[in-house]
Design a protein around this ligand. Structure first.
Ligand code: ADP
Ligand code: MG
Length: 252
């Protein structure tokens, strides 16, 4: 296992409220890490800090031992970090194909050069088609994204997240609002993409059965801190984790 990402003593406050309180974390390549924790624990804020949507008050973020703490989002994407687009980020009137085209063109630098050659457009098309096949949206490629079912919109989010060909990809609640069958399908997809694309995923997930069955590692956040970090078995037995999830029978 290789250390891919390292976060050191990260701090972020909003109007005096400390959302992230001296968080240290390492992410290893090739293992599926889940981040769990109650609402407001700081999971999304941590991902926002790592992916560059917001800047920390203190602390550092390293990718491959290179500091990226204050790098703009697009520079981080170039270095191999991406995150899921949220449903709100999808363009509802564009087709599935056109939505995936946006991050693929961005990766290939087409946004800056509209006069790209025919060969390069064909290359982009191939890539877009492969992604649509990979996430299971091929049959819907000409549908406006806004007409997709909730589950299919979430697949499109994943398609857009993998389009920049990241090495490390954060998915913030990729299964939110899905029924159990769709939920399982998305997790199977994530596991398959990780293998086929040599891609490391970090997911935020609420369903404990799912977390414990698919994750290699579980990071538990609470009140802006990392409360526990270990294998599913270790987390299941962790006293502090059991306390915050008390009353939920999920820990068995
Ligand atoms: P989680 O994803 O674990 O549910 P968040 O990271 O979204 O938690 O939020 C952590 C805390 O920080 C919450 O109390 C939330 O209200 C607060 N917070 C997050 N983003 C902002 C923001 N932009 N402005 C003010 N408070 C925020
Ligand atoms: Mg969140």
């Amino acid at each position: 296992m290789t250390g891919l990402l390292r976060v050191e003593a990260l701090v972020k406050s909003f109007d005096g409220f400390q959302a992230i309180n001296r968080v240290d974390l390492q992410i290893q390549a090739g293992i599926l890490t889940s981040i769990i924790g109650p609402n407001g624990a700081g999971k999304t804020t941590l991902i926002n800090l790592i992916t560059g949507k917001i800047n920390p008050d203190a602390g550092r973020v390293y990718l491959d031992n290179t500091e990226i703490t204050r790098l703009p989002i697009h520079e981080r994407i170039k270095k191999g970090i991406s995150r899921s687009f949220q449903i709100g980020d999808i363009f509802p009137r564009l087709t599935v194909f056109q939505n995936i085209q946006l991050p693929v063109f961005a990766r290939l630098g087409y946004a800056a050069s509209p006069l790209a050659s025919r060969e390069r457009f064909l290359e982009a098309n191939e890539e877009i088609e492969e992604i649509m096949h990979d996430v299971g949206l091929w049959d819907q490629k000409s549908q406006p994204a806004g007409a997709l079912s909730h589950g299919d919109k979430r697949l499109l989010e994943i398609g857009m997240a993998i389009a920049p060909r990241p090495r490390l990809c954060f998915l913030d609640e990729p299964c939110a609002g899905m029924n159990p069958v769709e939920h399982r399908q998305v997790l199977d997809l994530i596991i398959r993409l990780a293998e086929e694309r040599n891609l490391t995923f970090v997911i935020v997930e609420h369903d404990m059965d799912v977390v414990f069955s698919v994750s290699d590692r579980v990071v538990v956040m609470n009140k802006g801190e990392i409360l526990a970090d270990g294998t599913p078995d270790m987390i299941r037995e962790h006293e502090g984790v059991r306390e915050i999830y008390l009353g939920e029978e999920v820990l068995g």
